[in-house]
Design a protein around this ligand. Structure first.
Ligand SMILES: Nc1nc2c(ncn2[C@@H]2O[C@H](COP(=O)(O)OP(=O)(O)OP(=O)(O)O)[C@@H](O)[C@H]2O)c(=O)[nH]1
Ligand SMILES: [Mg+2]
Length: 216
């Protein structure tokens, strides 16, 4: 381990303890640019916001466009601009947690910077890691970016509504992901039609119950 990743790991543990001591369940959403991370979060907030107190940490290189979108869905949203850095790290999340009243939250979703490389190397101290790839990006993504799939809990294949127009072998994507990480969960969905989104919401609530963060 390098000094950088060791320091990150220490801070990730601190983040995890902070979240657990407040009974907050946290999910890190990674994926390619434009794969549908913000779209899925919009649907998620619409469905869960009346049952849980939710905040979103929105990571982007630049702009607050995604935060502005998410703020319309009734949850607290904090935008982080990384000024060119290709990932969020545990230190940025630690500082972001300072900006919330943690005693008032139950779930934190984090939208990471859109790419399949850098975010995989930086543990944020969350309970679950998710990667989203959309079907039009091609069925070779898991095998070309294996590190992203190695430690991730859930692989979401989005934009299934476009499959009739594409030559994409979803079976291959799923098989390759399972070879890289036999424990990875896989969901197919479409943020456009809503197909499969209930399965995702079920996964969130089930994972939350399994994580059983300690409440104050
Ligand atoms: N056809 C189709 N389009 C989708 C679907 N989900 C998202 N989109 C569209 O894909 C584009 C990108 O979606 P976003 O949710 O902004 O993607 P993102 O991953 O947050 O993108 P970055 O934050 O830029 O990395 C938008 O134009 C969405 O409307 C889907 O299931 N089907
Ligand atoms: Mg986005």
């Amino acid at each position: 381990m390098t000094d950088l990743t060791e320091a990150n790991e220490r801070l990730a543990q601190i983040n995890k303890s902070r979240l657990d001591s407040h009974g907050i369940f946290a999910v890190n959403i990674m994926g390619t640019p434009g794969s549908g991370k913000t779209s899925l979060l919009e649907l998620t907030l619409d469905d869960l916001k009346d049952r849980y107190k939710i905040a979103v940490i929105e990571g982007d290189l630049a702009t607050s466009l995604d935060a502005e979108r998410l703020k319309k869905h009734g949850s607290e949203v904090l935008q982080i601009n990384t000024q060119g850095m290709c990932h969020l790290d545990a230190n940025l999340i630690n500082k972001a947690l300072d900006r919330f009243d943690l005693s008032k939250l139950e779930i934190i979703f984090i939208e990471n910077i859109g790419n399949l490389v850098c975010p995989a190397f930086f543990d944020l101290g969350v309970h679950r890691n998710v990667v989203i790839v959309s079907a039009p990006e091609g069925d070779d993504k898991p095998i070309k970016y294996p590190v992203m799939f190695r430690e991730t809990d859930l692989f979401i294949i989005n934009k299934t509504d476009l499959l009739p127009y594409l030559e994409v072998d979803v079976g291959r994507m799923k098989r390759d992901a399972k070879v890289i990480n036999p424990k990875i969960g896989i969901l197919e969905l479409s943020c456009k039609t809503g197909d499969g989104v209930q399965d995702w919401l079920g996964w969130v609530e089930e994972s939350m119950a399994q994580a059983e963060p300690r409440s104050n």
